[in-house]
Ligand binder design. Structure first.
Ligand code: FES
Length: 368
């Protein structure tokens, strides 16, 4: 039984600043302070974000929306960003990234989890996470943001790519964004149209918002589109700005279409699956140096640095393994890396790189 209510625990969080300063200077041990704080309320911590599950709601055949109440340590979170959610399964601590679909002023945050074939943590959370369960989260991260100055916004989402898009859309409409907004959501089956009822309600409420679905695995009905993303679906779009989120292949197609002609507006693309290895590309041997581990290995220019470091016996921090959460970020010391999502090359010493979506383009050394 907590000694203080959660509302008071949340109010206490800003007042812990002096203790944080002492812990930062190593005059206090954070773990010991956390031990006493947790005795007051199980969510209370000096810096770490803990949350309690308050509601579960199915929003598609394979997607569950979850509402958590977080302690007072969630700093500057906004819809469209993603957070790491941690749970220990069978003695192993696992973490996965999920997008925030809503951030409320009273400490409630919402996210949605899609059931995944073989998704160890996601499926366990979907099936077994009970109301009242406490979970640990990382701080929110992510650059996606609503293009406030846009003359019109095109939103393209595939599968669970709908979650960051919905978060930003909800907020923008509620805050009075009046330029035209069109959302196309790509799913295999009609039952996967996550948040369909809410999106249709938004379209009725806000005349500047239109939503359509494209179904690739069933015959279309009414005004549904059919198949995967194709230029015909967006040929007549007059939007100035684009936001797209989905698996790597989907985002690549969208990028090709958008870049095929010069445009003035902004484009934001987020892929939540790793780029597949290009097996057609000839294997090129490179030297990989790990500065802090003081070791080297023979590397392959086709594969990401996270997998190669792990194969070498290192244990780099990581989360999503998809280039989204930034948990695997480390610094380039020398050499050139290639971003597997875009093909862009980076050779600036000190450049932060995400190991899970970066491949060596030359001999290189990273700060690992
Ligand atoms: S593990 Fe998430 S960005 Fe690399």
């Amino acid at each position: 039984m907590p000694l203080i209510p959660l509302s008071l625990a949340r109010h206490l969080a800003p007042g812990l600043k002096p203790l944080r300063a002492l812990a930062e200077r190593a005059w206090l041990r954070e773990a010991e302070v956390d031990f006493f704080l947790a005795a007051l309320h199980p969510l209370l911590r000096l810096n770490r974000v803990f949350a309690r599950l308050e509601a579960r709601q199915w929003v598609a055949d394979d997607m569950l929306a979850l509402t958590f109440r977080v302690n007072g340590n969630a700093r500057g979170w906004r819809p469209g960003q993603h957070v790491q959610l941690h749970q220990t399964l069978d003695g192993v601590r696992l973490g996965r990234s999920y997008s925030l679909t809503a951030v409320h002023g009273d400490g409630r945050v919402e996210l949605a989890i899609k059931r995944q074939p073989g998704g160890r943590l996601s499926n366990r959370l979907v099936d077994f996470l009970e109301i009242g369960t406490l979970v640990e989260m990382g701080q929110a991260d992510g650059e996606l943001h609503w293009p406030q100055e846009a003359a019109g916004v095109l939103l393209l989402a595939a599968g669970s790519g709908i979650t960051p898009v919905l978060g930003m859309l909800r907020e923008a409409l509620a805050q009075g964004f009046t330029a035209p907004v069109t959302l196309l959501h790509y799913v295999r089956q009609r039952g996967q149209r996550a948040f369909a009822d809410e999106l249709q309600a938004l379209a009725r409420r806000y005349p500047n918002f239109t939503v359509r679905w494209s179904i690739s695995g069933e015959a279309p009905v009414a005004d549904e589109l059919t198949g995967r993303f194709q230029v015909d679906h967006v040929r007549h779009s007059v939007a100035s700005d684009l936001l797209a989120c989905g698996p790597h292949g989907f985002v690549s197609l969208v990028r090709q279409w958008w870049q095929a002609e010069p445009r003035q507006g902004s484009v934001q693309l987020e892929a939540f699956s790793a780029a597949p290895v290009n097996t057609a590309e000839p294997a090129r041997q490179v030297r990989l140096g790990f500065a802090r581990a003081r070791s080297e290995m023979q590397g392959d220019s086709r594969y990401n640095l996270l997998e190669q470091a792990e194969a070498h016996g290192l244990r780099p921090a990581h989360g999503c393994r998809q280039g989204v959460c930034t948990a695997c970020t480390c610094q380039l010391v020398s050499g050139t890396v290639r971003d597997l999502r875009t093909g862009a090359l980076f050779a600036e010493p000190g450049q932060p790189i995400r190991l899970c979506v970066s491949a060596p383009h030359s001999d290189l050394v990273i700060d690992l």
